[in-house]
Design a protein around this ligand. Structure first.
Ligand code: MN
Length: 248
């Protein structure tokens, strides 16, 4: 049974975004998020994973960079309904960060019931079935026992692990992402289970709309990098008029 988020009637516009990969070295992306949250006409913003480049545990939320992001999100949460789905970089986000930042957890997958239809929301990594090594890694790191064990390590040790992850060049990480994609059969099965015709996800950093046949479609969000040339990023807005992709 896929959890359902039923949009209250006062939500006339819902923003979906993902893969901001926020970190101290991408201040332009953080500024753009702050501006979007301040200026959006939506009543709800759903963050679909990899909002942080890396999250090493909620005890990191008091570190200078992380605390700045928390303040920004908490401020936005006073005007907006903010929801957070974990990605493969920030799966360690826990209840303390969510509470401090005014965010409501969003399970992966979630069915969003809004504007008279069902929308299937996922981060996207769980459907990349051709990458067997990654799926084995994912099963490991998503297990509560593995996470509890990791969190017994001192924050400094986990931060070092995070820096090692970041040290892999962006080009190498992009190449790794390019080599995989969501499995079409898995997407169709999940859509059937959700009673939805449209799924929306991030993770692959390849914004597109894919026809899955039988009236089904898969809509992919862009990642954000406002410091890149040209800058990247988008928001998908849902409303009574349907799905609209808005470049930043
Ligand atoms: Mn991802």
């Amino acid at each position: 049974m896929i959890p359902t988020l039923s949009a209250p009637v006062q939500w006339q516009q819902i923003d979906l975004l993902s893969d901001l990969h926020l970190g101290p070295d991408t201040p332009a992306t953080l500024s753009r998020l702050e501006r979007h949250l301040a200026e959006t006409s939506a009543q709800a913003v759903l963050l679909l994973g990899d909002i942080f480049e890396v999250w090493v545990g909620d005890d990191a939320r008091h570190e200078p960079f992380e605390a700045g992001v928390v303040r920004l999100l908490l401020d936005a949460s006073k005007r907006l309904a903010l929801f957070f789905m974990p990605g493969n970089r920030d799966f360690l986000v826990g209840p303390e960060l969510l509470a401090d930042a005014g965010m409501t957890p969003l399970p992966d997958p979630t069915v969003l019931a809004a504007f008279g239809q069902h929308w299937l929301l996922v981060h996207g990594d769980a459907q990349c079935l051709d990458d067997e090594a990654y799926q084995a890694f994912r099963r490991q790191v998503r297990s509560p026992a593995w996470q509890a064990q990791l969190l017994t390590q001192p924050l400094e040790a986990r931060q070092m692990l995070g820096r090692q992850m970041r040290a892999g060049s962006r080009a190498a990480q992009a190449a790794q992402l390019m080599s995989t994609d969501l499995d079409a059969d898995a997407c169709r099965a999940l859509l059937a289970e959700a009673g939805a015709t449209t799924m929306i996800h991030g993770h692959t950093h390849r914004p597109a709309e894919h026809d899955l046949g039988g009236g089904l479609r898969r809509v992919v969000l862009s990642d954000w990098d406002l410091g890149a040339t040209p800058p990247r990023g988008d928001v998908i807005r849902l409303s009574a008029t349907g799905l609209h992709r808005m470049p930043l």
